[in-house]
Design a protein around this ligand. Sequence first.
Ligand code: PMV
Length: 330
Amino acid sequence: MITAVAHPNIALIKYWGKSNEELILPVTSSISVTLAAYETRTTVELLPAVLQDQATINGQVLEGAELKKITNFLNIIRQRATAANLSEARHFARVTSTNTVPTAAGLASSASGYAALAVAAATAYGLELGQQELSKLARRGSGSAARSLFGGFALWNAGEDDSTSYAEQLVWSGEPVEMIIGVISTAQKHTSSRNAMRVTAETSPFFDAWKSSNTKNVEAALRAIEIGDFVSLGELTEQSTMQMHAVMLSSNPSIRFLAQDSFELFDACTRYRNEGHTVYATADAGPNVKMICLAKDSKQILKRLQDDFPEIDFLISKIGGAPQVLEEQS
Ligand code: PMV
């Protein structure tokens, strides 16, 4: 029985759109930062006597399509275990997962979820995989999970095939940063990222422009990270965010994840910057807004946000670490 803990990550330079749906290969590379505030804790236990996998998330038993997703993911691991002549490969598994990330609310629960499952299941099935291989594996569950194999900053290289699409560690050389999360809603999103990406890629007249502009965003952000330039990284974060939401809006049917409150928080960040606070906002497939700032300023910015938006819950997150295997019991 193996338990692993992983943290979600928030993309600064976004991933939106796939070049291969089955392998989950993205149309551009992306860059993220891992959050300490939330976690997924997943236990995988091999069950020699049962005829199918079992899974629960936060005590809810998964069935039908949801269980199938887990089984498909475990099948990839079992195939690798078979190829490596590991006897564990014959067994089905019980997966028990608890999540402190609100599920499917644009707070990256699938990233921590599949990162924790990749680590726990690979270990339970006897595979000894390095972070790069685990990143490729996690990617097959949810693209953004590829980046949660690393603490701090990570680059997911788009790559061209299964073996070249994986995340790697980036070293941030600037002052320590933190994120402030504005929880506008924990309701599940109205459409999955998978579906929304497909609609965008198939119907937006701006999709090619998104690919080329975001590729440039990645290159510029890599330079900013290398030299520790927080202002440039923040500006690129807001640009990639707005370009992603713009390409979604331009799809048919139009896809909109941001709410009125989300825009108000973006505007507040602009105001706070004019007052001298370096804080930049981003949002994903949901209305919640995550704001990146220098750690030394986070408490002051939090206070401003709480005064200006008493109806919104905010929390400060430190930067999270890589997944960890917690306990090994036989
Ligand atoms: O990995 P998915 O399918 O949950 O897609 C995540 C997409 C965004 O969160 C919107 C952007 C990103 O790069 O994480």
